[in-house]
Design a protein around this ligand. Structure first.
Ligand SMILES: *Cc1c(COP(=O)(O)O)cnc(C)c1O
Ligand SMILES: [Zn+2]
Length: 416
C-alpha cells in the first residue's frame, strides 16, 4: 500500500520517498513531511479522534508513523489553562496557557517531537539514537530512548544547567559535553550523522521530529472547543515549533474540523539571543546570526535552522515578535507562578513576559482569544532564580518562637 506521507522540499517542492534525510539534494533547503490530505480525510474524523485517550497519539493519522505502529507511552495531552489573575492584571479577557511544563515523560514539549522521531528511527532501523540539544531535547531523547531500548548518545554545550544534565544522565544516556555553544554542537552532529549510521532526531530525522510539534497545536484547537484562537505566543529557539502550530491549524481548517481563521503568530525570544525577533522588529528581509548570552538556555540558538520560515510566518500572519531581558525573564517566571500557579522554566518566563509586553503595546487586543505556549518546567532551571529566594529563618519547634517570628514578619510587612 502506498504511504500517505512523504518528504517534500520547502523551497523547490521536489518530493522524496521516506528516508532519514533533512535537506533537499537539489537546492539544500530543508525537507518536511507532506501528506495526501484526501486519503487522510477518508481514514479519520473529528468524532473518531474525540473518542480516543487524551494524548498526542489521538492524532496518529496526522503523524508520519510506520504501518502498524503502536505507542509505548501516553505522551502530550497537556492542560489548556484559562488565566484568571494574570489576564485580569493585564486587562485581557481570554488568555490561556497551554501547559507543556507538565508534558509526560520529561516535562517539556520536546517529548512530542522525540516521540515521532523515535518512531521514524525504529522504522529506518537505527539502533543508536541521539541529538544536539540545549537541554530539554536531551532529556526527552534519554527518557524515551531508555524506555524503548535504544542505545542513546546526546551532545550538549558543556556549560548547560546542572539540572538539565542530571535529567539526562539519570536515564543512562551517554552524554558528550562540547566546548562550545549550541551552534557548534549542531555542526558536529551534522558530521556525525553523515559518518555513522545513527539516528540524530533533530539532524537526519528532523522532518519526522518536527511533525511531533503539530500535536501541541491540535490540542489547543480541540481544547478551545474545535476553534482557533486569534493569537498564539510561541517561544522560538530553532524556530520549528511556531511553524508546526501553524501547520496544525491549517490542516484542521483544510479538513473542515475548525472554521478557517487568520491566526496571528507572535514569536518570543530572550534579548540575549533574539535573531528572529530582531529581524521582525527592524523589518529586515533576513535574520543575522547571534552569539547567545542569556539565562534562557533552552532558547539559546544563535543561528536558527527554521528562522527564515518563522520570520515569514510571523509577517504573513500579521503577528509580531518581541524579546525580554534576563531580569525581566525572572520577574515573569515569578509573576506566572504567583498569579497562575504555573512554575515555568526560563523559556516560559520569556513567553509569558513577551505576551505581557505585546498586550501592553496593544498588539494583542483585550477581547481577543490568546494562547501562550508554556513549553518547559521550572524545576529544571532553578539555578536561574535561586538567588532571588534566599533561605528563610529557622526557629525552634515552640509556639512562642513561632509567635515571635509572626511579630517580626508583621513589622516587616508594615514597613513596606
Ligand atoms: C526547544 C524548545 C523551544 C523551541 O523550540 P524550536 O522548535 O526549536 O523553536 C521552546 N521551549 C523550550 C522549553 C524548548 O526546549
Ligand atoms: Zn529543493
Amino acid at each position: 500500500m502506498k504511504e500517505i506521507y512523504f518528504l517534500r522540499c520547502r523551497e523547490c517542492g521536489k518530493t522524496f520517498p521516506n528516508q532519514p534525510q533533512s535537506y533537499c539534494e537539489e537546492c539544500f533547503a530543508p525537507l518536511e513531511v507532506s501528506y495526501d490530505y484526501e486519503a487522510l480525510r477518508q481514514t479519520t474524523s473529528r468524532e473518531a479522534v474525540s473518542r480516543r485517550a487524551f494524548n498526542m497519539w489521538r492524532y496518529a493519522e496526522f503523524l508520519p508513523l510506520p504501518q502498524g505502529f503502536t505507542a509505548s507511552q501516553p505522551i502530550g495531552g497537556t492542560p489548556l489553562v484559562k488565566s484568571r489573575k494574570l489576564g485580569l492584571h493585564l486587562g485581557v479577557k481570554n488568555l490561556f496557557f497551554k501547559n507543556d511544563a507538565v508534558c509526560f515523560p520529561s516535562l517539556s514539549f520536546k517529548d512530542r517531537v522525540v516521540a515521532t522521531a523515535l518512531a521514524a528511527a525504529r522504522r529506518f532501523g537505527f539502533e543508536t539514537i541521539g541529538c544536539s540539544s540545549t537541554g530539554n531535547l536531551a532529556n526527552a531523547v534519554a527518557a524515551q530512548g531508555a524506555q524503548q531500548g535504544f542505545d542513546t548518545c546526546v551532545f550538549i554545550p558543556a556549560d548547560l544547567e546542572a539540572a538539565k544534565i542530571l535529567n539526562t544522565a539519570v536515564y543512562g544516556a551517554r552524554i558528550v559535553r562540547i566546548n562550545g555553544n549550541y551552534d557548534h554542537v549542531n555542526r558536529l552532529c551534522t558530521q556525525i550523522a553523515d559518518k555513522f549510521r545513527w539516528g540524530l532526531v533533530n539532524v537526519n530525522l528532523r522532518p519526522y521530529y518536527a511533525e511531533g510539534s503539530k500535536t501541541h497545536g491540535y490540542e489547543i484547537a480541540e481544547q478551545l472547543g474545535w476553534e482557533l484562537p486569534d493569537n498564539v505566543v510561541v517561544p522560538m529557539a530553532g524556530g520549528s515549533l511556531i511553524g508546526k502550530i501553524a501547520k496544525a491549524f491549517a490542516e484542521l481548517a483544510h479538513l473542515g474540523w475548525v472554521e478557517p481563521k487568520q491566526v496571528k503568530f507572535f514569536g518570543a525570544q530572550a534579548t540575549g539571543c533574539s535573531p528572529i525577533a530582531d529581524a521582525v522588529k527592524r523589518e529586515l528581509p533576513r535574520f543575522t546570526p547571534q552569539k547567545p548570552n542569556t539565562i534562557a538556555r533552552s532558547l539559546a540558538i544563535g543561528n536558527p535552522a527554521d528562522g527564515p520560515f518563522a520570520l515569514r510566518l510571523i509577517r504573513e500572519s500579521g503577528g509580531w515578535a518581541e524579546d525580554i531581558s534576563d531580569p525581566e525573564i525572572i520577574d515573569s517566571i515569578k509573576l506566572l507562578a504567583q498569579t497562575e500557579g504555573i512554575f515555568a522554566e526560563t523559556a516560559g518566563g520569556v513567553t509569558a513576559g513577551v505576551a505581557a509586553k505585546l498586550i501592553q503595546q496593544g498588539r494583542i487586543g483585550n477581547d481577543e482569544t490568546t494562547v501562550v505556549c508554556i513549553t518547559g518546567n521550572g524545576l529544571k532551571t532553578t539555578d536561574a532564580i535561586a538567588a532571588h529566594f534566599p533561605a528563610t529563618e529557622v526557629i525552634e519547634p515552640k509556639l512562642d518562637a513561632f509567635e515571635a517570628l509572626l511579630q517580626e514578619q508583621l513589622k516587616d510587612s508594615i514597613q513596606v
